[in-house]
Design a protein around this ligand. Structure first.
Ligand SMILES: NC(=O)c1ccc[n+]([C@@H]2O[C@H](COP(=O)([O-])OP(=O)(O)OC[C@H]3O[C@@H](n4cnc5c(N)ncnc54)[C@H](O)[C@@H]3O)[C@@H](O)[C@H]2O)c1
Ligand SMILES: [Zn+2]
Length: 375
C-alpha cells in the first residue's frame, strides 16, 4: 500500500475500535487483524462476486501474518441472509476446528457483514470480529455500529445481535469493481450523513457531484472518512438506539414502505432512501421545520448521482398500510425524522396519516425517475 491511511475511532469504552481507510490496504489486512485481535486463526466469510476478486489477497495477507486462514462462501444476495446459511457456517467452522482463538473476517457488502457478524456473535458464544467492507454502503454504514443479523421469511433483520467489530478495515480500491449503480446507492447514505449532521460535508458533496461515482481515492477517502466519523459519533453517543441513533433513519420511513411495496425488487436500499429523504425534506418544509429550498438542494444532489427522487406510483392507501406495518395501533405515532435545515435533523412524532396527508399529493403519482447517461 505505501500510501498513508486515515482512521476514525469508534469510542465505546473498552469495546472501542478503529475504522481504517486507505487504498490498497487489503494486502496489509493480516498484520492489522493480528494487532487488534491476537487471534491465531481467521475465518474469512465472503460472497462469490467479492471472494473471486479479493479473497486470495486477504488470505495471503492473513497467512503471512501467521494466522491459519480459511475461506467460507455464502451465496450472494439478501435472500440468503438467513439462519440456514448461519447454520452452514457453524458446521463449516466446526469442521475446520475453529475455537475461541479464531476471528471472523467479513469480506463483502452489508449482506456478508450482517451474516458473518451474526455467526461471529453466536458461534461459541462469540468470537472476535473484523469487518472488511467492499461496498460504499457497508463502508459508511453497515460495518459500523455493531448491528448484525439475518432475515426471516416474515421480514428483514428480525433476528440479530449487537456485536461490535474489533476493527473496520477499508480498502477503497475494492470499489472499482462495484457496479456504479451500487456505488450511487451507497452514496445516498453519505448524502444522508451530511443532511442530518454536517452542512460542510453536504457542501463538499455538492461541489463534487457526479465525480463521487468515480473511484478517485484522493476525492473519495476524505468524504468516506467524514461519513464514517458521523456514524461513529452517533453510535458512540447512542450504542443501543435509544434516541440519537434514530436520526440515522432520516429518509428511511418512506424508504422501508417503498421497499416493501416493491417487494424488495427492482430498487436498491439507497435508491429508496434517496426518494425517502427528498420526501422527508419536503414534509419538513411543509411543517415549517426547515427553510424553503432545503428539499430542492437535496433533490438536485441526489439527481446528479443518478438516484431516483420521486416515489413510485402506488395508491396512498397502499403507502399508509406499508407505513403502519408493525405498528400495533392503527394511529400509533412514528418517530419521523425531519430536517431543521441542511446539517440538522430532529424527530417528530407523526401518525402515518400525518406523514402522508390526504391532499398533499405526496408521494406524487409519478414514475420513479430513471437514471440517465450512465452504464
Ligand atoms: N448492520 C447494519 O447496521 C446495517 C445497516 C444498513 C444495511 N444493512 C444491511 O446491509 C445489506 C445491504 O448491504 P449492501 O448494500 O452492501 O449490499 P450487498 O452486501 O448485498 O452487496 C451488493 C452487491 O454488490 C456485490 N459486491 C460487494 N462488494 C463488491 C465489490 N467490491 N465488487 C463487486 N461486487 C461487489 C455483492 O456481491 C452484491 O451482489 C442488507 O442486508 C442490509 O440489511 C445493515
Ligand atoms: Zn439505510
Amino acid at each position: 500500500m505505501g500510501r498513508r491511511t486515515r482512521s476514525v475511532q469508534v469510542d465505546l469504552g473498552e469495546r472501542s475500535y478503529p475504522i481504517v481507510l486507505g487504498e490498497g490496504t487489503l494486502d496489509a489486512l493480516g498484520e492489522a487483524v493480528l494487532r487488534h485481535t491476537k487471534a491465531s486463526a481467521a475465518a474469512v466469510v465472503t460472497v462469490p462476486p467479492v471472494g473471486r476478486r479479493y479473497a486470495a489477497r486477504a488470505l495471503r495477507s492473513l497467512r503471512a501474518a501467521g494466522l491459519r486462514a480459511h475461506r467460507f462462501e455464502v451465496p450472494d444476495g439478501d435472500a440468503t441472509k438467513n439462519l440456514r446459511q448461519v447454520a452452514r457456517l457453524y458446521d463449516a467452522f466446526l469442521e475446520k476446528g475453529l475455537d475461541r482463538s479464531a476471528v471472523v473476517v467479513a469480506l463483502g457488502g452489508g449482506m456478508a457483514g450482517d451474516l458473518a457478524g451474526f455467526a461471529a456473535a453466536t458461534y461459541l458464544r462469540g468470537l472476535a470480529f473484523v469487518q472488511v467492507p467492499t461496498t460504499v454502503l457497508a463502508m459508511v454504514d453497515s460495518s459500523i455500529g455493531g448491528k448484525t443479523g439475518v432475515n426471516l421469511s416474515q421480514g428483514k433483520n428480525l433476528v440479530g445481535a449487537f456485536h461490535q467489530p474489533r476493527l473496520v478495515w477499508i480498502d477503497v480500491a475494492t470499489l472499482r469493481s462495484l457496479p456504479v449503480r451500487q456505488r450511487a446507492a451507497g452514496m445516498a447514505e453519505v448524502v444522508k450523513a451530511g443532511a442530518i449532521w454536517d452542512a460542510a460535508l453536504f457542501e463538499r458533496l455538492e461541489a463534487l457531484g457526479e465525480r463521487l461515482l468515480e473511484v478517485e481515492p484522493e476525492l473519495l477517502l476524505p468524504v468516506l472518512e467524514r461519513a464514517c466519523a458521523i456514524k461513529a459519533e452517533v453510535v458512540a453517543q447512542d450504542e443501543r438506539e435509544a434516541g440519537l441513533r434514530m436520526l440515522l433513519n432520516f429518509g428511511h420511513t418512506l424508504a422501508h414502505a417503498i421497499e416493501a411495496l416493491k417487494r424488495y425488487r427492482g430498487i436498491l436500499h439507497g435508491e429508496a432512501v434517496a426518494i425517502g429523504m427528498v420526501f422527508a425534506a419536503e414534509r419538513s418544509e411543509a411543517l415549517g421545520m426547515s427553510p424553503a429550498g432545503t428539499a430542492g438542494r437535496l433533490e438536485a444532489l441526489l439527481a446528479r448521482l443518478g438516484l431516483p427522487t420521486q416515489p413510485p406510483d402506488f395508491p396512498r392507501r397502499a403507502y399508509l398500510s406499508a407505513l403502519r406495518v408493525d405498528k400495533k395501533r392503527r394511529d400509533a405515532h412514528i418517530r419521523f425524522v425531519g430536517l431543521r435545515g441542511i446539517g440538522r435533523a430532529e424527530t417528530v412524532p407523526l401518525t402515518p396519516a400525518e406523514i402522508l396527508p390526504p391532499r398533499s399529493g405526496r408521494p406524487r403519482s409519478r414514475a420513479t425517475s430513471t437514471r440517465k447517461g450512465r452504464a
